[in-house]
Design a binder for this molecule. Sequence first.
Ligand code: CAO
Length: 422
Amino acid sequence: MTVKVNTSGKALDGVRILDFTHVQSGPTCTQLLAWFGADVIKVERAGAGDITREQLRDIPDADSLYFTMLNHNKRSITIDTKNPEGKKVLETLVKKCDVLVENFAPGALDRMGFTWERIQELNPRMIVASVKGFGPGPYEDCKVYENVAQCAGGAASTTGFDDGPPTVTGAQIGDSGTGLHLALGIVTALYQRNTSGRGQRVLAAMQDGVLNLCRVKLRDQQRLERTGVMKEYPQYPNGTFGEAVPRAGNASGGGQPGWILKCKGWETDPNAYIYFITQAPVWGEICKVIGREEWIDHPDYKTPNARLPHLKQIFDEIERWTMSKTKFQAMEILNKHDIPCGPILSMKEIAEEPSLRKTGTVVEVDHPVRGKYLTVGNPIKLSDSPTEVVRSPLLGEHTDEVMAELGYSPDQIATLRSLGAI
Ligand code: CAO
């Protein structure tokens, strides 16, 4: 059998996505699929569109960065899906697409008349992929935003410092994180459809997605219950442990203790810090670099276990060294010794970093209304399917084009428009 290798097109060429998503979680998912080459048709309400088009605007009347940065490489079509004629257009789209992706509040798609049963009648091969806040259970009917998911998924209770309140993280693990999970579910369902010939439902609940990313804390919960203490946490040896995993500040979360340390200029620069990991195999190198050679063979410091009760003192001593260097000088020296470390980079530094521009991780895009702006490119690089980031669509920019592809004549399109269906 000859295997056809697709080296000229994109990985998801030929896959058509009915993108019924809004805000962040769903659009993250469909943007990824579009970057991999799927034809993503974003369905929005005429006159309004995705609410993020107008949220956090920095330029009057221009689509916000919030919207543009989540909706690249898509086409936009407006349909009023509560209008009977609009509903028929959506039905036609369901028949023509491979995947419907949505992240409405629970029940909204059913209320619109597009139950799983109805969708299967229209197109048994269709994959219906949903982001919801929670899976089945006490909260399944709740609307959910990012920080709710971070709180309910275990991130907030384990983030921050012991003497402070639960803290949310800037990484959008609830929204963008769940969008990533959903994208994997969709391509997996597409793969299974090759043999089953059938569509299926794909659900990514935000609570589940956050918990998946917080699994090390569930690990620690069980370690705590068994041993009553976690020796790599900052609460050890002088603090106390309760019943639940405590907030661990900047502790590494892994088997190699780490902490954030001040660097030269920290008094005025809020990001003059470095993450420093006291990786066991390079302990001798660390001691040499900071000028504490006597710790290499000292019984209190020689082994990882011996060091655990002294971590605070060790990091204080390392910090005395890092404070004499800028974070970049420290990086250069530590990297020569193979000591794992990382600079605390500000968003300004990241935006200006040439290597990230070169790899397409940060991309400059031109938009007809807002002009040039920066966005993140595809973080997943496929050698045979490179990503070109194309600006986000204006509201309804592709309505006529998509309607024509669905078989509607210009007259029919005009009639539907006059009826307020599109
Ligand atoms: N034409 C007509 N009606 C449309 C439409 C269209 N093209 N597109 C959407 N609508 C309607 C929906 O049918 C729904 O109507 P009903 O409530 O009458 O059934 C309505 O618009 C609003 O949908 P919604 O309830 O999803 O929106 P909301 O702003 O009230 O809630 C959110 C937003 C995010 C809290 C909710 O969608 C949600 O919980 N989603 C699941 C979890 C999620 O993805 N959260 C992440 C949010 S940030 O990424």
